[in-house]
Design a protein around this ligand. Structure first.
Ligand code: AMP
Length: 375
């Protein structure tokens, strides 16, 4: 007899959100033989192009959520800002193994940091403020440099302001007055930014992908190198943090934690309850991708043991670099180009990515050097 929570191919997976992460989840699911239905307001969105069906409606449209739930045997999400009422509705139907709780925590930087603190994880000192006058007060106790961030809705560096020194006090106060609920954190002088992407099964098994080292440009992920060059001890500390968070939130599916590394010290920065841009390299570099493992987890299947087949470097393709990426695809025999099928190429918009794999990171850098002559 099949266990009741096991969803097998030809059954249907519903995805809330039709961007690139949903698309890559859908591709992994289609490889395995699942049916896919996506909910997204934009007709022919990136995920709809590879799914069986699209429900074209706003994410928070509860009638559409009910229709998605009725069509699906299991539902997942590709972003954290899912309407909590909608998530609760799907959970009540027993079709949201990831649960609503990880959403509630990761939608809110205060809840996220309080959870980390409660678990005793290393975080940069922070204070929470709700308006300009609380911010004025708080700045007496926090050292510069620091950064003020909105507790909700920020991504890719939007909704945050670096505070270099006391000269930025008034700008911080104005920021808090305009945005309300904010967090002010001490600035961490780090050697590296890394992320740990892992998948947790419905029975609590955790599988870690190799640690990724990330370089941002203009607050947007530019390049990921895997495996990250950190000591075994740092890697173990990071995996221990991830396990604590995974168990505390009873995570199911692929989950990501971003951290700063300074010497042998680590600081947990933020987390995402889903596959992540810094895990795209797993598609070519590992025996199973972050998306394939996610589908296994939400469908109640046992997770695969993860193996790194080759080191990798992933570069994001933004609206600005789309034409160059197409040229790379046409002119070279290396670099796995993924384009997401977005209609409009705006500057800074993520249009795709390219992953280079080889026997060593040095070999990959040689490939990149050849490309640079073209760029
Ligand atoms: P976040 O949205 O929190 O991921 O912040 C975006 C980027 O800003 C991070 O990837 C870091 O490069 C930088 N950043 C954010 N918070 C801090 C911090 N407390 N110390 C140093 N750098 C930070």
């Amino acid at each position: 007899m099949q266990k009741s929570n096991v969803i097998l191919p030809s059954q249907t997976i519903g995805i809330i959100g039709g961007g690139q992460l949903g698309r890559m989840m859908a591709i992994a699911a289609k490889y395995m033989g699942y049916q896919v239905v996506v909910l997204d307001p934009t007709p022919n969105c990136p995920t709809a192009q590879v799914a069986d069906q699209q429900i074209t409606a706003a994410y928070a449209d509860l009638e559409a959520i009910k229709a998605l739930t009725a069509e699906s045997d299991v539902v997942t999400y590709e972003f954290e800002n899912v309407d909590l009422e909608a998530a609760a509705l799907i959970e009540a139907e027993g079709k949201l193994p990831q649960g609503a709780e990880p959403l509630a925590v990761t939608q809110n930087r205060e809840k996220e940091k309080q959870l980390m603190k409660r678990l005793g994880l290393p975080v940069s000192p922070f204070v929470i403020v709700h308006n300009g006058s609380e911010c004025r007060e708080a700045l007496n106790d926090i050292s510069f440099p620091s950064v003020i961030k909105t507790c909700r809705g920020g991504y890719d560096g939007k909704g945050q302001l670096k505070l270099a020194g006391p000269e930025d006090r008034e700008a911080a106060i104005a920021f808090a007055e305009a945005n309300g609920h904010c967090i002010i954190e001490s600035w961490v002088t780090f050697d590296k930014e890394v992320s740990v992407v892992f998948t947790r099964s419905q029975t609590g098994d955790i599988q870690f992908f190799p640690l990724a080292e990330n370089e941002h440009r203009d607050h947007i992920l530019h390049q990921t190198t895997a495996p990250a060059s950190v000591s075994k001890r740092v890697e173990e500390k990071i995996q221990a943090c991830a396990k604590q968070i995974g168990d505390a939130l009873n995570i199911v599916g692929t989950f990501t934690i971003e951290l700063f590394v300074s010497g042998e010290d680590i600081y947990v920065n933020e987390m995402a309850p889903r596959p992540h841009n810094s895990g795209h390299y797993t598609i070519e570099a590992c025996n199973i991708s972050q998306f394939g493992q996610h589908i296994r987890a939400i469908c109640g299947l046992p997770l695969m043991d993860i193996k790194l087949l080759q080191p990798a470097i992933m570069l994001n393709i933004l609206g600005d670099t789309l034409e160059t990426a197409k040229k790379v695809l046409a002119d070279h025999t290396f670099g796995h180009v993924h384009l997401y099928g977005k209609e409009e190429a705006k500057p800074k918009r993520k249009m795709g990515h390219v992953t280079f794999v080889a026997n060593t990171i040095d070999e990959i850098k040689q490939q990149q050097d050849i490309l640079k002559e073209d760029i």
